[in-house]
Write a protein that binds this ligand. Structure first.
Ligand code: UTP
Length: 299
């Protein structure tokens, strides 16, 4: 088994109920952080890590994701005509030329594990990446999280799952791992539990939305009965794989924003706006004035 990863799967067929009513028509992955949709941040991270085949698992309500990565002829012509070359580059750079996008359909929302299984015909038996675009990971001065993970996978010839520390009272919201010999950065995963109660959690290392998995995972996903919440859980298939394939938990460098929740999207927007070269001053002033206005009103 050699862990060179070229293909990345983006499961984007969830219902996004936490953002209703916006997600009645706009897919969660198309919600913007400043001026780019969430999916673009994840796609850039995968390309930086060396992926050239991007597999989007969508459903029939998510045409906007496919449209976004398609060529926008009329818009390109109009921008070209009016000499708006910077904007033209922005929409052309959504996907570099050497990268291909493949769309597969998940016809029913049967869970993350099932969504990943839908990508099997494109992945075959190669190792591959899974990125959940609503986990936005920002590493301002260094390599993206997935790039860090592909390097670790190649060095160790093993799968890798991104983890971060969470407060014990929050373990019920995450997949939690137990590891052998965790050296502060990485360690082999011994067990994985989906959403354990704080008393039952084997650690406080929580799985976040970046995975490098061997193609063998599909054999396990294919046989899995529905797990927690009646869904086919990716965590259950990984747990079944652990005895026969080494998978490392990796505490990545960077900040993760949980943009599947409203507060996470707000936090990411504030952080990116404060870091944006055109917006930082105005964003800071807007925040200061909002805070002082609220301070006056609340006192
Ligand atoms: P979430 O648990 O965040 O669910 O899915 P959701 O439907 O997207 O959002 P809420 O909780 O209703 O607000 C985690 C990831 O798995 C994908 C989602 O698109 C998201 O990227 N997913 C989930 C699927 O692709 N298919 C599914 O059946 C379930």
């Amino acid at each position: 088994m050699s862990f060179r990863v070229r293909k990345a799967v983006f499961p984007v067929a969830g219902q996004g109920t936490r953002f209703l009513p916006a997600t009645k028509t706009v897919p969660k992955e198309m919600l913007p952080v400043v001026d780019r949709p969430l999916i673009q941040y994840a796609v850039d991270e995968a390309i930086e890590a060396g992926c050239d085949t991007l597999v989007f698992v969508t459903n029939r309500y998510k045409h906007a994701v496919a449209d976004y990565f398609d060529k926008a002829y009329e818009l390109e012509q109009a921008l070209e005509k009016s000499g708006k070359t910077e904007m033209l580059a922005l929409i052309r750079d959504v996907l570099p030329k050497h990268v291909r996008a493949v769309f597969v359909t998940q016809s029913e929302p049967l869970g993350l594990g099932h969504a990943v299984l839908c990508a099997r015909p494109v992945i075959g038996d190669e190792p591959f990446a899974v990125l959940l675009p609503d986990d936005l990971i920002w590493n301002r001065h260094g390599k993206g999280a997935l790039r860090q993970m592909t390097e670790l996978a190649a060095e160790n010839d093993a799968g890798v799952i991104a983890v971060q520390d969470v407060p014990r009272e929050k373990t019920g919201s995450y997949g939690i791992v137990a590891t052998d010999s965790f050296d502060g950065r990485a360690g082999r995963i011994r067990a994985m539990v989906e959403k354990p109660s704080p008393e039952q959690a084997p650690s406080t290392l929580a799985v976040v939305g970046r995975y490098l998995l061997p193609g063998r995972i599909f054999e396990f996903l294919d046989k899995l009965p529905p797990g927690k919440g009646g869904e086919i859980q990716l965590t259950d298939a990984i747990a079944a794989l652990l005895d026969s394939s080494p998978i490392l938990a990796y505490r990545f460098q960077g900040t993760r924003f949980d943009c599947g929740s409203r507060i996470g999207l707000v936090e990411a927007t504030i952080r990116f706006a404060l870091d944006h070269e055109d917006l930082n001053q105005a964003a800071r002033m807007a925040m200061e004035s909002a805070l002082s206005e609220l301070g006056v009103r609340d006192s």
